[in-house]
Design a protein around this ligand. Structure first.
Ligand SMILES: [Zn+2]
Length: 419
């Protein structure tokens, strides 16, 4: 089993010198950020000899992580065969516990989604053990699906809508679930008995990692604002997640913007999420007996209905979107003044209806930032929507392979493999 390779590599630490070449990861990350290229190009770009690159590529191919691609175009001298990411036999798993759903996703080395599941449940109305049972059931279904296709998981990252103590894998506080000090990591491990590593992270952080595209200069310094019932987020600086002193950075939803305003799920008054969260929008847009406020209806259907009404010019819907958009812009301006990101990426429910909010957001952002033209900060809508956090979890699990390709063991050389 390939996970065995991961364990033995770990076990070997300290009792023998690891002969792993750090350049294995360098080559793999280069292929991810810059696309397929020949061994000669890799050698020139990385300052390595051609034979060193050939050895590294051969090692990565033995692990099923790269394969031969097409012929390199535009290369100087003799055209070479390119090397490209493979990794079709492995995947990272993401799992998510949010207010209205639990979900799972598997992503391969190239970032392609290979399996996806979402179950709409009222998580806050259930005991943590019950929610973990449902989630574990969903993970097992995903694993069965993957096993069927000969794909093995290299790790699982669980994203939760709350603060996470990552040293202990404990969900410290989740105001919108009303959970405190729940050992979600251990609860999931007990249920899955997995051989692969399981880690826990805040969903905003994971959504941010899903948006930070390796190699894209416009996606190296970004803020992600993830809107559900709560509003969370993450800060990516120079391509890395900024976690802060204790790992609690990115709790944008609890910036107090309206001190005389509404009570927040966290117990304070006037937090940003009380005026920008999904509940704020739906309360403004519809009466209590309106189907768009019915929690039993799938959230995508409710947002589709909001979009439909907005497109038809329904004044109440448009006013609600403009009002919430104004508040989004207000907070975005605070964040832009503090951090001057290249982009503020709006994710979660904002991705679905944000195009109707955009004029209000832009106006308040421009007005609220000291630097000319909002310091160049752009507002972008995520294309990942509600799947951003679970995708980020899967991405983080796969990233461990890019950091250390020896987590995936060598396998018998298949016919046609790169040598
Ligand atoms: Zn709050």
């Amino acid at each position: 089993m390939r996970d065995g390779g991961h364990r033995s590599a770990r076990a070997g630490r300290g009792c023998r010198v690891r002969t792993i070449d750090p350049h294995l990861g360098v080559v793999l990350r280069r292929l991810r950020s810059h696309g397929p290229r020949s061994r000669a190009t890799l050698a020139a770009e990385l300052g390595l000899t051609r034979s060193a690159v050939s050895t590294l590529v051969s090692d990565l191919a033995d692990r099923g992580l790269v394969r031969d691609g097409g012929v390199e175009r535009g290369a100087v001298g003799r055209p070479g065969t390119t090397v490209e990411l493979d990794g079709h036999g492995i995947c990272g798993l993401g799992a998510e516990i949010n207010v209205n759903h639990v979900s799972t996703m598997a992503v391969d080395l190239a970032g392609e989604v290979v399996s996806e599941r979402r179950l709409g449940i009222d998580v806050g109305g259930l005991a943590p053990a019950e929610v973990l049972d449902r989630l574990a059931g969903q993970v097992r279904e995903t694993l069965a699906d993957l096993a069927h296709r000969d794909i093995e998981p290299v790790g699982l990252t669980l994203g939760v809508a709350g603060l996470v103590d990552r040293d202990r894998d404990v969900l410290t506080v989740a105001p919108n679930l009303d959970w405190r000090d729940v050992a979600v990591g251990d609860l999931l491990r007990e249920r899955l008995g997995s051989s692969y590593p399981i880690t826990v992270d805040n969903e905003g952080n994971l959504a941010a990692m899903a948006e930070a595209t390796p190699g894209d200069p416009g996606r190296q310094d970004i803020l992600v604002v993830f809107g559900e019932v709560g509003v969370g987020g993450g800060i990516v600086a120079e391509g890395r997640l900024l976690r802060g002193r204790q790992g609690y950075a990115g709790e944008f939803g609890h910036m107090i913007v309206e001190p005389q305003g509404r009570r927040c799920g966290c117990g304070r008054t006037g937090c940003w999420e009380t005026v920008t969260g999904l509940r704020a929008l739906l309360d403004l847009a519809a009466d209590p007996d309106d189907p768009v406020r019915d929690p039993a209806m799938a959230i995508d259907d409710r947002l589709d209905e909001i979009n439909r009404r907005a497109s038809l010019g329904d004044t109440r819907t448009l006013a609600a979107l403009a009002q919430v958009g104004g508040w989004v812009g207000e907070g975005a301006a605070m964040l832009a003044n503090a951090l001057n990101p290249a982009a503020i990426v709006l994710s979660g429910y904002f991705a679905a209806v944000g195009h109707h909010m955009r004029p209000a957001i832009e106006t308040r952002l421009q007005a609220g930032v000291l630097a000319p033209d909002a310091g160049g900060t752009r507002v972008e809508l995520s294309t990942l929507g509600f799947t951003a956090a679970v995708r980020g979890g899967a991405t983080v699990a796969v990233d461990a392979v890019f950091a250390d390709p020896t987590r995936v063991a060598r396998r018998p050389v298949a016919e046609g493999a790169v040598r």
